[in-house]
Design a protein. Sequence first.
Length: 235
Amino acid sequence: MADIEPSPQALQDELASVIGAEAGRLLSESANGIAGLAAYVAALMRWNKRMNLVGARTWREAARDLLADSLELAVFLRALRQDGLLPAAPVVWDLGAGAGLPGIPLRLVWPDGDYHLVEARQKRSIFLADMCARLELPRTFVHGERAETFFAAHEGQGQVVVSRAFMPWKALLPFVEAHLARPALAVFLANEPAPEDVPAPWRVVAVRDYAAPQAASGRRWFWAMQAGAGQERLS
């Protein structure tokens, strides 16, 4: 079971080798951070044997390639808040949430606002609901439905959309634009720098790159794009 279920200490040591100092501080400040991550990655590996949730086949692979990104995203979101680009308690839509990455690890260290995991595939949404309940994630909600159905019930309520691999950014922006509140923020996890040519009314307002030894280039990026009158900052 050593390749499936890490001890909290083993997981912490593995993550320490790949995450930055700020992400490490967030993890250490979280009351249930490392224990919750250990429980999550163990469940992920067990379910993965039956459902092929992620490409990682061992918990170490999952920690390096998946959990680390989620922790670094927490650093980026905190910076957006400090810069006035993110409200104190945002309503976040995580579309195509899949196995809960980045959302579930993120919520263990970044519990701000309301976080909606939207996943149309039934078995994956069952896994998400099970993990949210088991980890007692604050104000984290699972919606086992298509994004279009979710939009109809939550029209104009979302302030932030998070995308890891739901669809390419050029397709996602027009897909969500009419359904979000204003100003709206779209946050992308990417393997390349932010694009220069972004269609109106969106514009890139923040970018962060970080060391990612598991990535082909050795680095990964977060982009934040905003749409809204005057591109105003939030309080």
